[in-house]
Design a protein around this ligand. Structure first.
Ligand code: NAD
Ligand code: UD1
Length: 345
């Protein structure tokens, strides 16, 4: 069973490739390496013993995409490729709509033309309306608040329209909550470019002394300690969810939407304390203003994925932080110290 993984050298895609290979799938990765490194391919081979096929290509290149589907006999696509920085999307909305929406349009067209009609799509909890009351289930009203989130919402709608026009499609829309952690080997993990936007990579860079202290955005929220609460999920649990969602596509047609979260929330202070316990270091922090657009609590109701896919998160916060820390310690500069040679096969 040959599957195409777009964005497969990225953070979540690379962990999913490992899970797919371990489950017996043959993997072709397509990535333009705009936010990832070719070194990931070597690391996947080191972990699984198998080297995935790699195409250095772009979803915006329609001809290249058609070639991929003509050359490889692809059964299904796991579609991770996209731009994901919320703040950047506010400043460069067209770049986000072009890459995330047009890119998915091109991909879906190439799939439709070659009869590949199974897709797992990376959506996000960010599609939910901030006015909903957590925990969010899949019926919670949508209302993304920024261009990045709206690209996800638009693609979700596009997938519904595609199925209505052609009922042979099977599509799974996976709404991730807050993916963190790394592969337990310490060989692959999240490798943000520049100053991290998100909490966990920021904390780990404070831990290794690359950043002086953490800014905690607000300590006056309506939560038990005043700091924001999120549903953090280990990236390997998330990867397992993708394999189950993919297998499920072989049994049904239509569009299914699933939350992938744990249903359990942790505050920023609890995350700081867990990292302090694991690293044995004090993490300097300062309370600052709330970050615009943030909500007090974001939490998944993960019951639908449990009932229909038989999936639930297994790894707890300590494991998430331990694995993140192992990756960061082993790779203080991410993949950038590794030799960069791009080879396509
Ligand atoms: P990532 O940036 O690590 O991976 C995305 C990959 O896509 C990168 O390797 C990048 O080089 C590639 N890419 C981007 N545009 C491309 C294009 N036009 N053609 C080919 N390759 C392209 O991000 P991630 O954290 O692994 O996220 C994967 C997906 O999950 C994204 O769609 C993201 O929006 C979504 N998501 C992520 C999070 C999160 O917190 N990480 C949460 C919810 C949803
Ligand atoms: C972010 C994205 C969201 C995406 C989600 C999943 C933003 C604005 N939102 O949400 O679209 O779906 O990740 O990965 O980027 N915090 C600090 N200091 C920091 C960074 C964060 O206190 O330096 C706090 C935040 O206020 C929040 C929590 O930590 O309470 C988590 O923040 P973050 O990791 O950025 O994730 P989200 O805001 O949930």
């Amino acid at each position: 069973m040959l599957v195409l993984v777009t964005g497969g050298t990225g953070y979540i895609g690379s962990h999913t490739c490992i899970e797919l290979i371990n489950e017996g799938f043959e993997v072709v990765i397509l990535d333009n390496l705009s936010n990832s490194s070719f070194e990931v391919i070597h690391r996947i081979k080191e972990i699984t013993g198998k080297k995935p096929h790699f195409i250095h290509g772009d979803l915006l290149d329609e001809k290249e995409l058609q070639k991929v589907f003509n050359v490889y006999d692809i059964e299904a696509v796991l579609h991770f490729a996209g731009l994901k920085a919320v703040g950047e999307s506010v400043h460069f909305p067209l770049r986000y709509y072009h890459n995330n929406v047009t890119g998915t349009l091109n991909l879906s067209k190439a799939m439709q033309e070659t009869g590949t009609k199974k897709m797992v799509f990376s959506s996000s909890a960010t599609v939910y309306s901030l006015h909903g009351t957590p925990p969010f289930n899949e019926e919670t009203p949508l209302g993304a608040m920024n261009p990045y989130g709206r690209t996800k919402q638009m693609v979700e709608e596009m997938m519904h329209d595609l199925y209505h026009a052609d009922p042979e499609w099977s599509i799974s829309l996976l709404r991730y909550f807050n993916p963190i952690g790394a592969h337990p080997s310490g060989l692959i993990g999240e490798d943000p470019q520049g100053l991290p936007n998100n909490l966990i990579p920021y904390i780990t860079q404070v831990c290794v002394g690359k950043l002086p202290y953490l800014n905690i955005y607000g300590n006056d929220y309506d939560t038990h300690d005043g700091t924001g609460v999120r549903d953090y999920i280990h990236v390997c649990d998330l990867a397992r969810g993708h394999v189950l969602a993919l297998k499920d596509l072989y049994n049904k047609r239509g569009v299914s939407t699933y939350n992938l979260g744990t249903g359990r929330g942790y505050s920023v202070m609890e995350i700081v304390e867990t990292f302090e316990r694991i690293t044995g270091n004090r993490i300097p922090y300062r309370f600052t203003e709330r970050r615009p657009g943030d909500i007090h609590v974001c939490l998944a109701d993960p019951n639908k994925a449990a009932l229909e896919l038989g999936w639930q998160a297994e790894k707890d916060l300590t494991e998430m932080c331990k694995d993140t820390w192992k990756w960061q310690k082993n790779n203080p500069d991410g993949y950038s110290t590794a030799k960069k040679v791009v080879v396509t096969s």
